[in-house]
Design a protein around this ligand. Structure first.
Ligand SMILES: *Cc1c(COP(=O)(O)O)cnc(C)c1O
Length: 498
């Protein structure tokens, strides 16, 4: 299996190269030349296997330059070394209305990002060896809160790697900030950026694709890579959990062979929902994909009108990991759905850069609408849904998942055909404790983020994740703040190069 760039179809690299580079030098994203198909017998063959074993078999379809044994080593290290609190790695919970939550947040940093970022460092260190480049890998990551911590946890003290994380100074939850500022490890760095997530992401993309920076790094025996969902090594593990979830639903008799289901994904950078789309192309019987947004509803508008327009106010919300106006992974979807029209992708994403806007044809919009719909909900609706679900069932959902529940219920109410609904549950509610506490009707007063954990436990009876409770005793290591235009200098200074 080879990979092309969305902006240059003639470019062909191996999966190891795609993972090692992170983003193509032309600014495009790496995409597989074809999408493997799974038959009913293939799904059957995955029944009864551990998550790690399922993952290893599925990775083999995409990462064809890794041996089966290498993939097993990677999946065992990621999913069977005790960093996930549940042996199944992912869980499915059912709500009172029959909809199901695919809980993807049982990993060490309490968000779904762990599903991919616990394994990415294992892929990456092997990929570097395979590409024959003997350089230290510098992971640059822009985060809206969850990727940063998950990447830090994954790359902490991994030999041959360094990691630098940039987050928007006022754009993450207090707990997310604590998680990053207290990160341990000799090869890690964390810095706030004066700006929002898009500023962080643009800053990181600019550093990555700057030939001069690449030269400077190479001269110092280093090379950049990415832990953001622009890296193909992030997306494949996400495809895996959708395939695995389907197999689990078959095993449990929730679905029978031939049954279809709808899927809702709370969306920001479009990585998670794109992984679901790939799973659908592979044969997972998903009828429809509901793209749930908060008030930063650029994707809802895009799906409705065919116009992608980032020229609008940016809002900070109670679901900060979805506060994004440039959803990078949409580029991959459009590449596939235009029949791999790289010239068209160059035109649109060039326009996005210069004018902040592009418009697709009506015909393409119709095809996107046949597979996707978008819906958005504001903070008040999100909190009301957390309260409602909690009083209906005692189930506590986080703010991002709650946006998904809103969208799922809205879709189901309007849909002509009724299919079982699966909703991606993306974070542990304790990660966004203050908003969740208010949503279930408790006044936090001036409680700090740790007191909030206790209050939420008293109210819900849900166990506080140890990974969050223990932050209280950890020293704050990183308090730097930089301007977007100074990020490149900051990177050089942290790496000790001139
Ligand atoms: C990252 C994140 C999202 C958005 O996922 P994308 O892949 O960026 O669309 C949603 N919820 C939570 C909790 C997240 O951390």
């Amino acid at each position: 299996m080879l990979y092309h760039s969305t902006r240059n179809k003639a470019l062909c690299v191996s999966s190891a190269e795609a993972i090692a580079q992170g983003i193509s030098k032309d600014g495009g994203l790496f995409v597989p030349e074809s999408i493997p198909a799974l038959s009913a017998a293939d799904f059957d063959a995955l029944k009864g296997l551990s998550y790690a074993e399922r993952a290893a078999r599925l990775f083999a379809l995409y990462l064809t330059d890794f041996t089966a044994e290498e993939l097993r080593e990677c999946t065992r290290a990621a999913y069977e070394s005790g960093s996930f609190e549940t042996p199944a790695v992912q869980e499915i919970s059912t709500l009172a209305d029959g909809s199901m939550l695919l809980e993807l947040w049982h990993g060490p940093t309490c968000a779904f990002k762990d599903m991919a970022l616990q394994i990415l460092p294992h892929f990456l260190t092997r990929a570097i060896k395979k590409t024959g480049i003997d350089r230290e890998v510098v992971i640059l990551t822009a985060t809206s809160g969850d990727t940063g911590k998950a990447a830090l946890a994954g790359f902490k003290d991994v030999p041959g790697t360094r990691i630098l994380v940039f987050y928007p100074v006022d754009g993450v939850s207090p707990m997310q900030k604590r998680q990053m500022q207290t990160q341990e490890g000799a090869n890690v760095g964390v810095c706030a950026v004066k700006g929002n997530f898009d500023d962080c992401q643009n800053g990181v993309k600019a550093i990555f694709t700057d030939p001069k920076m690449q030269e400077i790094l190479a001269a110092n025996g280093m090379q950049f890579s990415s832990a953001n969902s622009i890296n193909w090594g992030r997306l494949v593990p996400q495809i895996v959990y959708y395939v695995s979830a389907y197999v689990t639903m078959l095993e449990k008799g929730i679905l029978n062979n031939g049954d279809r289901f709808a899927l809702t994904v709370p969306t920001g950078n479009f990585g998670n929902i794109l992984a679901a789309w790939y799973a659908k192309q592979m044969g997972v019987p998903i009828t429809h994909l509901v793209c749930a947004s908060n008030i930063n509803k650029v994707l809802t508008d895009f799906i409705d009108t065919g116009v992608y327009d980032r020229n609008r106010d940016f809002h900070t919300t109670v679901s900060p990991s979805m506060d994004i106006l440039i959803s990078s992974n949409l580029e991959r979807l459009l590449y596939h759905m235009t029949g791999e029209d790289d010239a068209q992708i160059r035109e649109w994403f060039g326009a996005l850069k210069t004018d902040g806007r592009y418009e697709i044809s009506r015909e393409l919009r119709n095809r996107i609408q046949a597979e996707f719909s978008g819906a958005y909900f504001d903070d008040a609706q999100t909190k009301a849904m957390i309260g409602k679900v909690f009083s209906e069932t005692g189930y506590l959902s986080d703010t991002h998942t709650a946006v998904g529940i809103c969208a799922a219920r809205d879709y189901t109410a309007k849909a002509a055909d009724k299919y079982p609904m699966l909703i991606a549950s993306t974070a542990n509610p304790y990660k966004f404790g203050a908003a969740v506490l208010e949503a279930v009707g408790v006044d936090a007063g001036d409680a700090d983020e740790y007191a909030v954990l206790d209050l939420l436990q008293q109210k819900s009876g849900m166990k506080i994740p140890a990974a969050l409770a223990e932050l209280k005793t950890k020293p704050v290591r990183f308090e730097d703040v930089t301007a977007q235009e100074d990020m490149a200098e900051y990177v050089k200074a942290s790496l000790g190069i001139k």
